[in-house]
Every structure is written in C-alpha cells, then in structure tokens.
Design a protein around this ligand. Structure first.
Ligand code: FAD
Length: 286
C-alpha cells in the first residue's frame, strides 16, 4: 500500500524504529516490533545509517518483518555515502521484498567519510527513485530550519525542489513547540508546497535523550519543556510520565489544528508508544 493514499482518508498515525547496533543480534528488535504492530499504526518506518554504522543491512530485514506482521513498512534511504549501484541494490532488494514506501534522504555529512558524489541532495535521490516509477516517496523537512541552510526561507525553497522532484509527502524533524510547526506549515503553503506533512513527535522520557536533544538535533526547547525536564530529571518514572504527557499534549493540539499526520519517534520503546497511542486513539480517529 502506498502511504500517500492514506492522507485523504484520515489523520495518519505512524511509528519510527531504528535497527539494533551491529554488535547485537537482529532478534532483539523482534519483540519490540510485535508490540508496536499490536498498536496498529498506519505504517512503521525503519531508519538506515547514512554510512559507517554497519547495521544498514538490518533495515531491510526489519522492514520485511513489519510487512509480514501486516503493517505497511517505510524504508529510510540516505544517499550521501552510497554509490548509484548501492542505491540500485537497496531499491531492488526493497522491491523484491514488496516494500513500496521509501523516505528518501541525503543523510548527515560525516566529516570522516568523504561524500560519494552520485547523489548530493535528497532531491537528486527523489528524482532517481521517481524515474523507477514504483515507489511512494517521502522526504524530510525541518520546522526550525535544517542546520546547513542559511535560513528557513532558503530551506523551504530547497524543500520545494524536493516536492517538485516527486516527494509525495513529508515528515518533520522533531520539535517541542507546535508554533514552530504552524509557522513552517504556513510558509511551506505560501511556497506552493501542497503535499501532506506529518509532524514528527519525540517523547523525551529519559535523561540521556534530553542531553542528546540539546547537543545534536537543533530543536529549540521551550521554557515549559525545560521546566518539566529539570524538575523530573532525577526521577526516572516521573520523567517518563512527564515526557509522555508532553508528547500527548503536543499531539492533541496538532490534531485539533488539522495536522495531516503524527509520526512518533518511538525510540524502540513499546511502553511509551502504547501509552501515547492509548491516550490519543479517540482524538486521532475523530
Ligand atoms: P536535503 O534535502 O538534501 O537537505 C540538506 C540541506 O541541503 C538543507 O540545508 C537543504 O536546505 C539543502 N538542500 C536540499 N536540497 C537542495 C538542492 N536541491 N539544492 C541546494 N540545496 C539543497 N539520517 C540518516 O542517516 N538515516 C535515517 O534513517 C534518517 N531518518 C530521518 C528521518 C526524518 C523524518 C528526518 C527529519 C531526518 C532523518 N535523518 C536520517 C537525518 C537526515 O538525513 C539529515 O537531517 C540530513 O542532514 C539531511 O537530510 P535531508 O534528506 O533533509 O537532506
């Protein structure tokens, strides 16, 4: 099933998982997948390392397993460190496994790995995949601007290139202040971007995540969020519950504001995904 066909019918609710480390067996994720599949999301996407992580081969196997469990999978595919032949191999493998949905990405540029020049931007990859004709293609977008772009206007002009190349729908980077999403959505509409945009929501439920957020993702942390995290950072259970409640609040507001979909960064944590799914099931379906 093509994910693009869902947006006309409903507010899409999807999950994201990542493959286990290359030192772990792939089996460690299977019980997580079983639990996530039981929550009946519209699709589950699987991340794919842009290069160097060594666990990329797991991504296709996990996507196959999701399909076998009766849920539509989406394979992330970053291009910056892959040759055209490697991308062809991944797409052929996906096709043979019946995986029809691809999130086409550039990937982060790793200073230790010189980029392969076959595809420089996600838009190049999207054009290429589109020419093959048989995939639903999603792209990534950044309500608070991608860190490489000078400003949000430049980033949205570049996003338009992705959509013009054939992206059928978009998924945002995580954000903690819905107003950033609303401003971005309005600017994207002014730029003529009229494909569905799913909001990426990350429930922050442990202290390590907070530290990673601050240093790597570039999302701004609103005062309300910082107050909650500071108050509960030394109490794991309270922090988990507060993180879940914060994500639920974001989702309720987004759905009330007509968001096309919610993409939950599950961090492979079925407990958190279940609590959030239960809390919003009536709202998403309303
Ligand atoms: P691009 O669209 O190429 O954008 C990168 C920069 O180039 C931006 O500043 C943009 O403004 C500019 N740009 C874009 N197109 C053009 C153009 N045609 N001409 C000139 N400039 C242009 N990374 C992984 O490695 N694996 C994953 O599985 C993964 N999953 C992700 C899922 C989501 C939902 C998101 C939001 C990100 C994900 N990432 C993943 C991270 C992503 O790869 C990085 O953010 C990366 O730095 C940019 O990828 P992109 O596809 O947005 O790149």
């Amino acid at each position: 099933m093509y994910i693009k066909d869902l947006f006309d019918k409903k507010t899409v609710f999807s999950f994201e998982v990542f493959p286990p480390k290359k030192t772990s067996s792939i089996d460690v994720i299977y019980s997580t997948l079983d639990e996530l599949q039981g929550l009946s999301p519209d699709f589950i996407s699987v991340t794919f390392g842009a290069g160097g992580s060594g666990n990329s081969r797991y991504a296709l196997e996990i996507a196959s397993r999701i399909k076998e469990g009766g849920i539509t999978p989406m394979l992330h595919l970053p291009c910056i460190n892959f040759t055209k032949a490697e991308i062809d191999a991944a797409l052929e493998d996906a096709q043979q496994r019946g995986i029809e949905n691809i999130l086409a990405l550039r990937g982060d540029i790793n200073p230790d790995i010189p980029p392969v020049e076959d595809f420089r931007h996600a838009s190049d990859l999207i054009t290429y995949i589109k020419s093959k004709g048989s995939f639903d293609i999603a792209g990534a977008c950044y309500p608070e601007c991608h860190p490489d772009a000078e400003n949000l206007v430049e980033d949205i002009i570049n996003l338009r290139k992705k959509v013009d190349a054939g992206a059928d729908h978009l998924i945002t980077q995580l954000f903690f202040d819905n107003d950033h999403f609303y401003e971005f959505r309005e600017k994207a509409a002014i730029a003529g971007i009229n494909v569905p945009i799913e909001a990426g929501i990350m429930p922050v439920v442990n202290k390590n995540q907070i530290e990673r957020m601050v240093t790597t993702c570039g999302a701004s942390l609103p005062g309300k969020f910082v107050r909650i995290m500071t108050k509960y950072e030394h109490s794991p259970e309270a922090l988990r519950d507060a993180g879940i409640a914060y994500a639920v609040n974001q989702i309720v507001d987004l759905v009330a504001s007509g968001v096309d979909g919610i993409h939950l960064y599950t961090m492979n944590n079925p407990y958190v995904a279940r609590k959030i799914s239960e809390a919003v099931s009536g709202i998403i379906g309303a």
